[in-house]
Design a protein. Sequence first.
Length: 456
Amino acid sequence: MHRYEMKRARIWMLGAALLAAACARASDKPAAADSTAKGAVASTAACAGDNGGITLPAGFCATVFADSLGHVRHLVVASNGDVYANTWSGKYYPEGSTPPHPFLVALRDSNHDGRADVVQRFGDSLANGGAGGTGIALYHGALYAESKDRIVRYAMDSAFTPKSAPATIVSGLPLSGDHPMHPFVIDSSGQLFMDVGSATNSCQVKNRTLKSPGRNPCTELQTRAGIWSYDANKTGQQFSPAGRYATGIRNAVGIAFDPSGQLYSTQHGRDQLAENWAGLYTPRQGADLPAEELLKIQKGGNYGWPECYFDSTQKKLVLAPEYGGDGGKAVGDCNKKLEPVKYFPAHWAPDALVFYNGSQFPSRYKDGAFIAFHGSWNRLPEPQEGYRVTFVPFSGDSPKGDSETFANDFAGTPNPQPTTAKYRPAGLAVAPDGSLYIADDVHGRIWHVTYTGSAK
């Protein structure tokens, strides 16, 4: 969730009456640094209890792998089971620590009890708004991480944590505006694909302002709102428009390859249709539009932002009001843009995406996608929603059937707000043993989810 949204969320909290409606239970390959420890598999005996406060399907259980780590965002798991996490910049520090502390966290379960008993921090300090971010990856024995305005690479040399300073792969990444994070993935050839979120909600002349028109053309697209590509094997690269791979994606925080190597991303849909265009949209429509999206990323593809948004009622891209839209009837050039392969309820905030390539879970999960929804702040007058992990079945290279809630009750309260939700899922990673890790960026909890049932 970007910084503007946190401020808006507090305003909503002060100005809105508490709604009593409960959260609906809607249906909705990394090459790692080796280590001498063997902490990959948790004991199933450790799973007895309440799943660390979340709910899961029958046959699954969760342990609290780690807690109170700070604003944990994306995760990656090494071949030996060691877990590495990136933490978002902020004022929250782990319990018992004194700031400043480094932004990267290495975690190991050395006694196989489902909980990390070795936790070490490394990287730059988070003090005074320092380094930190969302993206993290393992590639060819090195750990790559987003560190504020750059992607850096740590040589691991078969160690648990790096012993030397990182090299900079690409620098000069945009930080201003609504979406300053840069999640990324690296393919088997070393090509790095990185999200650069938009600086604004809808490229208005005056951002998030009543009836302000959209900039035409939206020059922001030259350096924002798309996927950029760089060589993960090369240091000293500079961010520029030349690296753009795909465009028209407002905020692709979830980004991943499917088992075949096809790149996908999520998209956070735009905000404030009803607030800024009350003559065109009712408050209910503002809560229900536009859809959140799962996109299949094509080189040179244009996915429509800011001129278009996906209307889940009509199941098509329609013209945004900032660009002459009339509340959902006009299409304009939106029929020339690439539509999502799957869509989800509005404002759920998809912050992590991972495809399941393991063998521990039942076969129906094989090759499907897990998406962590961070949770909404702007669905009034409807209850806030999301705050869950959803599973999307796949057949070949396409979603198949309905999505479903996999893990829920992170928020811990009916009608949660960002400032009142107990936990907000923001990171996902599949371990080599086929288990799943889920990260929260409110209090820094990481759950380790295993399958203990017998049915496949």
